[in-house]
Design a protein around this ligand. Sequence first.
Ligand code: GTP
Length: 597
Amino acid sequence: VPISNIRNFCIIAHIDHGKSTLADKLLQMTGTVESREMKEQFLDNMDLERERGITIKLQAARMRFIYENEPYCLNLIDTPGHVDFSYEVSRSLAACEGALLVVDASQGVEAQTLANVYLALENNLEIIPILNKIDLPGAEPSRVAQEIEEIVGLDCSNAIHASAKEGIGITEILNAIVQKIPPPGDTAGRPLRALIFDSYYDPYRGVIVYFRVIDGTIKKGDRVLFMASGKDYFADELGVLSPNQLQVDQLYAGEVGFLSASIRSVADARVGDTITHFNRKAEQSLPGYKEATPMVFCGLFPVDADQFSELRDALEKLQLNDAALKFEPETSSAMGFGFRCGFLGLLHMEIVQERLEREYDLSLITTAPSVVYRVNCIDGDIVECSNPSLLPEPGKRRSIEEPFVKIELLTPKDYIGALMELAQDRRGIFKEMKYITENRASLIYELPLAEMVGDFFDQLKSRSKGYASMEYSFIGYTESDLIKLDILINGDCVEPLATIVHKDKAYSVGRALTQKLKELIPRQMFKVPIQATIGSKVIASEAISAIRKDVLAKCYGGDISRKKKLLKKQAEGKKRMKAIGKVDVPQEAFMAVLKLE
Ligand code: GTP
């Protein structure tokens, strides 16, 4: 098709508002996939994603659509639905000219909707509002349309009423894509610039790179240069996604496709990088490229020391497919050999942990996540510290800075008080409150990232009965009055339990943490003291009383099978324990600091 008949678009929506369902319907209606080949949802094709009902990795699909007897080529570029991946979202938006804004007509605008709309506006996209789920009895399309107008400032008089589930409004949506979204500019004559919006590692072909050609033309076999990584390759394979990969010889400005070139790791073909020709370089790379900076770190230790090298292999394999995952070996006297790993955010961390256990069958102890502190030392050095147990000694440091985020909460007005209390409790600095509609308010706070790591999101949901939503973005480092709290179990300092806290909270955290650990650590054959200390000063202490736990005493006589069963049960109970000194510490204890009340 001519370039004037190409449309590149994405779908932006809050979680569960129906993005994947709509994408599937568009693919079906355009005959791109037969309904019988549809897995439940085509675009979210990773198991983990389907299970959690969230979109983690981007995908793309090309559809053919006939409008007024002319064939059109519609490229849908999917976006991940979580703040941890907002950089990836911004790059896939940059690959489009338009966006479908899907809002659940029984709910309304949520924080994530807003954040994505702002990104779309920054990228100058044409936005088509869609009120989804009008089949629901509780749907209030006109109220929600008004809400979008008021909050987003988007004309909704022609908003499309749709039900992705029932297939209502789908043709109107396809028509609107053709009518409202502008075609790409015709810049095929310029030197090649293609924007990478996704990449994944295929064990047989190497990295598969998804890109949008912004300028120029790319041919199969071309020698291409990745401008940010500085690496060059021959494009062995070139193709489009329909949505299965289909090889082609050439792609022009405005088109979306993939290439493979025996690239060994996604780190060499990072999202946001610009592809150009090795022999006819573009003068400037496309704007917006950013290195991935891990925001939270944690220690991963195999329960069984023998699994250390398996853990390393597994992390290396995951990294081939995840340029944002960072890791380096970490040794601790308490935990033995393991790795310190860095992640974009908490969801990213959970995903990696889950994969390691599920796909690689590793049994791991995870230590509580920490943010990266910046320590200004007396000798003038600045030390970045992502491991509380390695914080420079008080005598060596002048001050500590910690990362702050700006959060925006959207909530029905009834919960404003409860949420303000939560934010204040987490050292939040109030910035702004405004009513976005009669019933709903937006609250803006600046707050230490460390206070969000943990149960902040759960608290937000429970204190608002599930109605509030939030977004956050990193704003920078601020000096805070922080100190290190150590935990001693049975007299031994347990490094992975060390935590960095604000001075004003040290006593209450110390007390709550020792109490929590007392609950979580099983009784042993001897009395186990648990202490929280700052430097050499004990600020809280508890003790677990001794128990004589002879499981076999319960089995009378020679019932051997029953004996075996009991022993097996005990062994299973031990699986996720780490022996620290003489004390078995369960996985939950390492996370205790996140769940203090
Ligand atoms: P993420 O992938 O997490 O961002 O969610 P999503 O926005 O892709 O939502 P998804 O398409 O998975 O839909 C969420 C839920 O809403 C599913 O249970 C869908 O069946 C349901 N749903 C989607 N569209 C409609 C609709 O038009 N009407 C009704 N009644 N339910 C819908």
